[in-house]
Ligand binder design. Structure first.
Ligand code: FAD
Ligand code: SF4
Length: 403
């Protein structure tokens, strides 16, 4: 299992990664990044030993650069990296996280802060979308109040196992966002009606409330399955579970499986509707599934959950493809006995709302379950839209890529 020890590169590893950069003319890595981060630029600064500029380059476009660097999937900059077609992609996210971990200094982003412009914005939700929107707006002089329903910042990031993302890293990024002075955080404050915030005097509202509901399996006995939110929110509560089934094949399901394993489960089995190659997980996660001896039963759907003798049975059937349609294969239902815990992790959802003139939605509550970097980009875009709506014609518009 990944431990915090190898989350960052050591000095020779960092140097080796920096040296592998080809300085590609049209910067495919930057073009593939949802926040337009410029790896070529920060790699060049780092190569020249100018880490202060490398840090500035990263934080110019990404206020949560260290958190993002630890968990960003390999489908953006790494997939586009020219080196991936020669040998293997430069581990750009890890380089980024390492530079920020080792070389960021407290006053790094202070200079980008503007004076208070007299306008106040409320942000609902302190996940990556809300934090990045707040950071972008503070750079243009707005006073921001972030309202967060739970007792801590980070949103869905808090469900990621600490072995992949030590939670103090989120706090570190937050320190640099909060450092801007214009941002106030109110924890344990749930906003039920964003319109009320406008009536209370805010000039605009950004809602970045994520996806609070777990997608249902819609099968008999579903009440005996645990949602991934309930499980990952408090895994200690389930330390006695020896045989664990996880239903789902994405990165959240994989995190449930890894967490169950580190929680002491003897057998962990994932049930996945489609093929192994359809699983939306990273190469590292594939490798870890093997390393941790987690069974993955593919082309299989749950049919029913049934309790008995203190255990749970999971009835499953096989699937097959007809053209591109996934269908249940008749007469293949079997009973899998003896689970202590069945976790459902097939997705999440929110009730979608439309933007109004002064209320802009951002992140997963707007676009559906995504990734940290897409949520950050969405928060920046929402900030740009709100800023443009609230600005006079002469005001300088926010630039999404440069906030
Ligand atoms: C287990 C797990 C693993 C993941 N792994 C990865 C990964 O490896 N890489 C990756 O890129 N992405 C990963 N993601 C996805 C990523 O975490 C999300 O895409 C991202 O956090 C979405 O950001 P957000 O700000 O839109 O919403 P969220 O992070 O969900 O934040 C929403 C916040 O709003 C608050 N809120 C909700 N309603 C209200 C209200 N009414 N009033 C006040 N506050 C409210 C919530 O408490 C929450 O803090 C993972 C997600 C999960 C669940
Ligand atoms: S694509 Fe890869 S090799 Fe090319 S500039 Fe970006 S990081 Fe360097």
């Amino acid at each position: 299992m990944t431990t915090s020890k190898n989350l960052y590169l050591n000095k020779p590893q960092l140097q080796a990664e920096l040296d592998r950069c080809l300085n590609c003319k049209n910067q495919p890595c930057m073009n593939a990044c949802p926040v337009n981060c410029n790896p070529q630029e920060f790699i060049n600064h780092a190569k020249n030993g100018n880490y202060k500029e490398a840090v500035k380059t990263i934080t110019r476009t990404n206020p949560m650069g260290q958190t993002c660097g630890l968990i960003c999937p390999d489908k953006f900059c790494m997939k586009a990296c020219t080196r991936s077609r020669i040998d293997f992609a430069i581990n750009i996210p890890k380089v980024q996280a390492t530079i920020l971990e080792n070389y960021r200094e407290k006053d790094e982003t202070e200079e980008t802060v503007k004076q208070y412009n007299g306008k106040n914005i409320a942000v609902v939700g302190a996940g990556p979308a809300g934090m990045s929107a707040a950071s972008a707006l503070a750079r243009h002089g707005y006073k921001i109040t972030i309202y967060e329903a739970s007792g801590e910042i980070g949103g869905a990031l808090k469900m990621i196992p600490k072995s992949r993302l030590p939670h103090e890293v989120i706090e570190k990024d937050w320190d640099f966002i909060r450092h801007k002075g214009l941002i106030t955080l109110q924890l344990k404050f749930s906003v039920s009606n964003p319109h009320q915030l406008l009536e209370n005097g805010f000039d605009g509202v950004i809602v970045a409330s994520g996806e609070p509901n777990c997608t249902a399996l819609n099968i008999e006995g579903e009440k005996d399955a645990l949602s991934f939110m309930d499980y990952l929110g408090n895994p200690q509560k389930y330390q006695n579970a020896e045989n664990v089934a996880v239903i789902g094949g994405g990165c959240v399901a994989v995190d449930c499986a890894f967490t169950a394993r580190s929680n002491g489960a003897k057998n962990v089995e994932m049930f996945v509707r489609r093929k192994l190659s359809d699983m939306k997980i990273t190469r590292t996660e594939y490798m870890e599934l093997i390393d941790q001896k987690i069974d993955v039963t593919t082309m299989t759907s749950p049919v029913k959950i049934e309790p008995g003798n203190g255990k749970l049975s999971l009835y499953t059937c096989k699937n097959y493809f007809e053209d591109d349609r996934l269908l249940p294969l008749p007469d293949t239902t079997i009973e899998r006995k003896g689970f202590d815990l069945i976790i459902k992790a097939i997705g999440s959802f929110a009730d979608r709302q439309n933007d109004t003139d002064k209320i802009i939605y951002a992140g997963d509550c707007k676009h559906g379950g995504s990734t940290i970097v897409e949520a950050i980009a969405s928060g920046q875009t929402a900030a740009k839209i709100l800023h443009e709506k609230l600005s006079d014609f002469e005001s300088e518009p926010l630039k999404a890529a440069n906030m």
